[in-house]
Ligand binder design. Sequence first.
Ligand SMILES: CC(=O)Nc1cnc2ccccc2c1
Length: 447
Amino acid sequence: DGTGTQQQAQQRKVGAAGPRTSSKEMVDTSPPRGTRDFYPEDMRLRNWLFGEWAAVAQLFGFEQFDVPVLESEELFVRKAGEEITDQLYNFQDKGGRRVALRPEITPSLARLVLGKGKGLALPAKWWIVGQCWRYERMTRGRRREHYQWNMDIVGVPGVEAEAELLAAITTFFSRVGISAADVGIKVSSRKVLAAVLERYSVPPENFAQVCVIVDKLEKLPRDKVEAELAALGVSADATEGILSALSCRSLDQLGELLGPAGHDALGDLRQLWALAAGYGFQEWLVFDASVVRGLAYYTGVVFEGFDRAGQLRAICGGGRYDKLLGTFGGEDVPCAGFGFGDAVIVELLKDKQLLPALTQQVDDVIMVMDESLRPAACGIAARLRAAGRRVDVILEAKKMKWAFKHAERSGAARLLLVGGGEWERGAVAVKDLASREQTEVPMDQLA
Ligand SMILES: CC(=O)Nc1cnc2ccccc2c1
């Protein structure tokens, strides 16, 4: 699951694992519930994925930022009934402060933008990869953490920003071998819902809650969603209007249904499609009026990446959030962004046999044949490393057989043996692990 090969390690109470000097049981070696360890082989895959994310961010001229995983709880206290805030990993610290492990990164970005105020040159295009947390009752056995790539554009009111973000997402997919035949991106706009709510005079302060409820249509039966809307005070007519708008199959059909009230939403989406065509990623986009996403603060275009085989949960998601900064007491600044988790994408890559085969990368393994030559061997390692070669020094006396096996397991190109007759002739025995040939190389020609 995700970039950690560690399956959800069951809480192992380690039994008597062999003779122990003390009566004390061994510590539980599993990671905390819902979290993963990354052994080196796992880290190679994670570093590869994060490296692709970073490469795309740089291709698009975005700047990296970072913020603490621990934030003031108030950043995430929203009253819209979102799952993400219901499952806040929050606590009171020793100073009596209400804090939380962040469930998402956008509110932290908003905090930084507000912190800079007029001092922030706009537009800002920022990116980050950060661990996010949720306190899930383990009944569902789901993970409590994942790593999320975020790209955000601050200060651009038009859908040119969303087009840029979608271009970045499709560039990533293409780079890792995923095509528009494998994955689509559902796109809509919350302005559709806003238009419907206005027509039925649903109070604007209910907008976020309506969106969060309607987002559950994917998971909950229709009557449950209708009941939640009714409980919020949304009339049956309004609910009917919402559900028929969300089932529109095309922009034209939506236009007919909404009339002039839909002008903004349709204008945005048509412009977005035109930009996508220009960019050459239009084939990835699917208009889907039922996409609302589950975060309270989206105000306009929303989108989510999905696998066309329909086997997986959403791969990524995002949208426009023009009013988030206002909810923190600041001036509103138009923003758009997306989040891309490290779990579903790895499942997709596995399903498509697109996981890269990653091995440890070492150039040279050095072994001394005579312990008195260890200082000299360290000098050789230093010179090779200064020349940019990745060198693994065998640190204790080992048999040749072990050294060969170790060098091959390390993915090394050469095994250097310091000592013996070669050393007397001012040279080092070099075993090429690909050709298996052994040659004698003078000391100063090793790099
Ligand atoms: C598939 C997966 O691991 N999802 C996941 C895992 N942990 C989270 C933690 C916080 C917010 C969303 C999360 C989502």
